[in-house]
Design a protein. Structure first.
Length: 396
């Protein structure tokens, strides 16, 4: 089987290259082209594939097929030497994130014994999953500090190839079970890993490592981080947001968290006050409606419509009507969607759930409830009054 020479294995900084087409085949997106050599990285090990141009065509995908690398482009090029150029901004971003991941993973292992079980590099963020869900803020800060110290020291990052038999005796951060020659990425006196990805040649090229988010689930801790240009852009965004928040609060940046916490508490307190006032208002309105409703056989039926903005008050009012002796409430709420609330004094003669069921069967909508309280929605607004009158006609 033909073999594709992977130029990025030995020179991650190669931006352009020439190659010879070995063969090509049809692909749903155009053509699948195989070269004798390539600098394009195929998606592997959590790192996405490169973008760029090949034979004058935008590169749609790069696929690792074992000994060969397939290049997907829109048009099948003629069989002659072709030129490839890499989207360098994307490649260097991936190099920063991937080397940063090696450093951060090694820092977590060195500082707390936490091992990385997976790595994913996305378009916005990068993540590693640690083998424990008990990684606290102190461990996060310690690992981040250690990782950045290694970055600032600008240590060499060396790539080498060793036979699998020799590699088994080396102190790799994560064991490898590959056969043949193994590609090793070594960060001087800090980390040694088997890896086929692209990396910067010195740790200073990572720029900075910034932990952005931490999530814990199923025995793991997912750490989202950014390196280099990504960290810089996110820091700029954070600063812009914090500056605007400080402007709105007319305060300094350092006071924003305290003022947000106070504002949030004030809103919660105000919300509770509003709820209490609304409940008191509903009680008063329910009492008036009950008193005004005509009495028949010891039962007063309250039938009324509320405006669309009064949905919460309508429900509270229905419950409040039911607190009065010998009461039934048939209340509708206009708007989109509409709503119905039926209630009665607990243990009353009617069954408002059955009442609601028959009303919905005739006028549409969905809902349900219990013997003393039921609610529904989705009925056409122009049918509300007719629905309430129909429900009232069903009462014993």
């Amino acid at each position: 089987m033909p073999h594709t020479e992977r130029l990025y294995y030995t020179d991650c900084y190669l931006k352009e290259f020439n190659a010879r087409i070995i063969r090509s085949s049809p692909d749903p997106r155009g053509a699948r082209v195989y070269l004798d050599r390539t600098a394009f990285y195929p998606e592997s090990g959590g790192q996405p594939s490169d973008h760029g141009m090949l034979a004058g065509n935008p590169l749609l995908d790069v696929i690792d097929e074992g000994d060969e690398v397939a290049h997907i482009i829109a048009e099948d090029p003629p069989f002659k030497p072709v030129h490839g150029s890499i989207d360098w901004a994307r490649r260097f971003d991936h190099m920063q994130q991937h080397t940063g991941q090696h450093i951060l993973s090694a820092a977590f292992e060195r500082s707390g014994g936490y091992k990385t079980v997976s790595f994913h590099l996305g378009t916005e963020g990068a993540t590693i999953d640690l083998d424990s869900d008990r990684v606290g803020a102190r461990q996060m800060d310690g690992a981040e500090e250690l990782a950045n110290q290694v970055v600032f020291e600008n240590r060499p990052v060396q790539i080498s190839f060793r036979p699998a038999g020799e590699v088994q005796h080396l102190d790799l951060r994560k064991p490898t079970f590959r056969a043949g020659d193994i590609r090793l990425v070594e960060i001087e006196e800090f980390d040694l890993s088997a890896c086929g990805g692209t990396h910067v040649n010195r740790t200073g090229g990572v720029g900075i490592i910034s932990i952005r988010k931490v999530e814990r689930a199923k025995g793991l801790t997912r750490v989202e981080f950014g390196c280099g240009g990504r960290a810089q852009r996110r820091a700029r965004q954070d600063f812009a947001v914090l500056t605007e928040a400080a402007r709105l609060f007319s305060t300094g940046l350092e006071n924003v968290p305290e003022l947000i916490a106070k504002q949030a508490q004030d809103l919660r307190d105000a919300g509770k006050d509003v709820q209490k006032l609304m409940a008191d208002l509903a009680e008063m309105e329910a009492s008036q409606l009950w008193q005004q409703a005509p009495e028949k056989d010891g039962v007063r039926v309250v039938q009324c419509l509320f405006a669309a903005a009064e949905g919460k008050k309508a429900k509270l009012t229905a419950h409040a009507v039911g607190k009065h002796a010998g009461a039934i409430a048939l209340i509708g709420v206009k708007g989109t969607p509409t709503a119905l609330f039926f209630s009665q004094t607990p243990g009353g003669k009617a069954n408002v759930a059955d009442l609601m069921k028959q009303t919905l069967a005739k006028f549409g909508g969905k809902g349900g409830g219990s013997r003393d309280f039921a609610q529904a929605g989705g009925m056409p607004e122009d049918q509300l009054e007719a629905a309430l009158s129909f429900a009232k006609s069903l009462l014993p």
